[in-house]
Write a protein that binds this ligand. Structure first.
Ligand code: GLP
Length: 247
């Protein structure tokens, strides 16, 4: 596991975007795994700048998003479809046919989830997976539990995640209670993983991750410790509990 502790969110975003850029330059038809949430927004901004000012080319890049709320319309401003469009896709020359985001409005959702994993496998698998992390250690929407699904599936969001995500909605009652999410197995199949975390709210969970001593399904992100190619970039605030126990 490569760990970078950087000064602030700006540095985190620039570093993450540079890693993504390098991978696209090495492989023009890169398959990216993309995340939503506030954490990658700065990285996406920097990728847009790189596209506009440096000609970073997304025309052959494909993407698979981690998750989407269940039964939310695509046009809802808080759907992950709308988020990705607003924060990234509409500014890039990415081919919309190569963009994949789980569809929370399908009829046969079980079959759809299996097909989503198959589509990823058939396309050659994710080359670089971007991840944020929830305060409770969730990655995508894999919430802490005794048992975790390997494949893409429908999941119930925990109270703490509903509360954390309510900042994007006008009231907590509006936050969807279920989501489609790639499973831990789908994520672990990615060739490279880049996990980002900023801000002091993430400090306790980041401490556990950076200590790297234990894995637990109660901290889904800890399972990444078993992956052979993970890079973690955190800002000083997110690393503060880890750094203070080291002193
Ligand atoms: C959301 C998403 C995750 C994201 C996490 C952290 O619920 N499903 O993919 O990583 O929560 O969000 P944020 O980056 O806003 O802290």
């Amino acid at each position: 596991m490569k760990i970078f502790i950087v000064k602030d969110y700006l540095e985190l975003s620039t570093k993450a975007a540079n890693i993504i850029k390098e991978e696209i330059e090495k492989k023009t038809n890169l398959i990216l795994g993309l995340a939503t949430g506030s954490t990658p927004e700065g990285t996406y901004k920097e990728l847009i700048r790189m596209h506009k000012e440096e000609g970073l080319d997304f025309s052959k890049v494909s993407s698979f998003n981690l998750d989407e709320y269940l039964n939310i319309s695509y046009s809802h401003p808080n759907s992950y479809h709308a988020f990705m469009d607003e924060k990234l896709f509409k500014y890039l020359n990415i081919d919309k046919n190569n963009v994949h985001i789980p569809d929370g409005n399908v009829k046969n959702v079980e079959e759809y989830c299996k097909d989503y994993d198959k589509l990823i496998d058939d396309s050659g698998g994710i080359d670089l997976q971007i991840l944020g992390i929830g305060q409770n250690g969730h990655i995508a929407f894999n919430e802490p539990d005794d048992r975790l699904y390997l494949g893409t599936h429908v999941t119930n969001l925990t109270e703490s995640t509903i509360k954390a995500n309510s900042r994007f909605f006008s009231s907590i009652d509006e936050v969807p209670k279920k989501a489609i999410t790639m499973g831990i197995g789908s994520i672990m199949k990615a060739k490279k993983i880049l996990l980002l975390a900023n801000g002091e709210k993430k400090a306790p969970v980041i401490k556990e991750l950076l200590q790297g001593e234990m894995i637990s399904t109660q901290n889904p992100a800890s399972l990444l410790l078993l992956h052979p190619d993970v890079t973690i970039i955190v800002d000083e605030e997110a690393a503060k509990d880890y750094l203070s126990q080291k002193k």
